[in-house]
Design a binder for this molecule. Structure first.
Ligand SMILES: [Zn+2]
Length: 325
């Protein structure tokens, strides 16, 4: 098996991982690379169209409907403007105190845009694997950019002055972009190396790339093993290690400007739900309801503290890289 991340062949172990979002009853083999420890799915005879049903969580939220009320739109606009500003207090507060998990996730994404330090006007942004296009829509509200989302499974096509959503692959995109983003999408793809090469070719002068992915170089993988919810078999074709990712970036000529972890308490309580046999789509697991865990206040605070400590030590279950060409 050739590692999808570092490109070398050699398997240390095969892990059998059960599908846990819908509990289809199927399990899939993943090869652990003997060089970089990344996981690559070995099962190949899967119809990818069956993996993303129309109720798949990132395809269901219509951005125009979600932000149709003036208050929701105003808050989203405020958050979007913060992503291009020197003052990160609003995003930090939204990330810490927002009552819904999807708003906290959105804040995390916007914090990575802020970390890319793309500023100014007429910015062109491409979000690869954008689902229904919620993130590029919110970014476009800042008024200083054109943001386009692409996804082969996008529910529809939208063309506006500052926002577009297309049902397409990266290889069919033309033009140049100041910022190209992969928010938990690279791990879904069959050839991350080719994809990043293509993205590099679309990057304008002084452009930046954002890669946010789950990583096996984490406490969550060490502790929960195949119950770790971010394995998301079989949708995740690969789950990279940090060293594998960094080899991949170097081989393509992408330089790391910044890296940090933005893992959350989900690494604990959603993995515990998987371990207890719940389907992630079961409302009782609170994955699809965007609520937090069922734990009491004290346990939630302890989990949050643990996640912050893991992030500080680059041992969280998801990481963010800001890259330049
Ligand atoms: Zn490898």
């Amino acid at each position: 098996m050739v590692c999808l991340i570092c490109g070398k062949s050699g398997t240390k172990t095969i892990h059998l991982v059960e599908e846990c979002m819908y509990r289809t009853g199927f399990s899939y083999d993943y090869s652990e690379c003997e060089h970089c420890a990344s996981l690559s799915r070995t099962t190949d005879d899967i119809d990818e169209n069956e993996l993303y049903p129309s109720q798949y969580y990132s395809l269901t939220s219509d951005p125009l409907a979600t932000f149709s009320s003036p208050i929701a739109k105003f808050v989203a606009q405020l958050l979007a403007c913060s992503a291009f500003s020197h003052f990160g207090v609003i995003l930090k507060a939204a990330h810490a105190f927002a009552p819904r998990r999807d708003i906290r996730t959105l804040s995390s994404i916007l914090r990575s845009v802020r970390a890319s330090e793309i500023r100014g006007s007429d910015i062109r942004i491409l979000d690869v694997g954008s689902g229904s296009g919620l993130v590029p829509f919110v970014l476009s509200l800042a008024g200083n950019n054109f943001s386009m989302g692409i996804d082969p499974f996008a529910p529809n096509t939208i063309k506006k002055k500052s926002f577009a959503l297309e049902r397409t692959e990266l290889s069919d995109v033309s033009g140049t972009f100041d910022l190209i983003m992969f928010h938990h999408s690279l791990e879904h793809t069959a050839n991350p190396n080719q994809l990043l090469k293509t993205a590099k070719g679309l990057l304008g002068p002084d452009g930046r790339m954002i890669i946010r992915v789950p990583t096996v170089s984490s406490d969550a993988w060490s502790n929960f093993r195949t119950y770790w919810y971010q394995l998301d078999a079989p949708r995740h074709r690969s789950i990279p290690s940090r060293s594998g990712l960094e080899q991949l970036f170097a081989s393509i000529g992408l330089r790391i400007e910044t890296k940090y972890d933005d893992s959350t308490t989900t690494q604990f309580w959603l993995s515990e739900n998987v371990k207890s046999g719940l389907s992630l789509m079961d409302p009782a697991s609170n994955f699809s309801t965007f609520r937090g865990s069922h734990k009491n206040f004290l346990h939630k605070a302890l989990d949050a503290k643990k996640a912050r400590k893991l992030n500080a030590n680059l041992a969280g279950d998801q990481c963010c890289y800001i890259l330049s060409a």
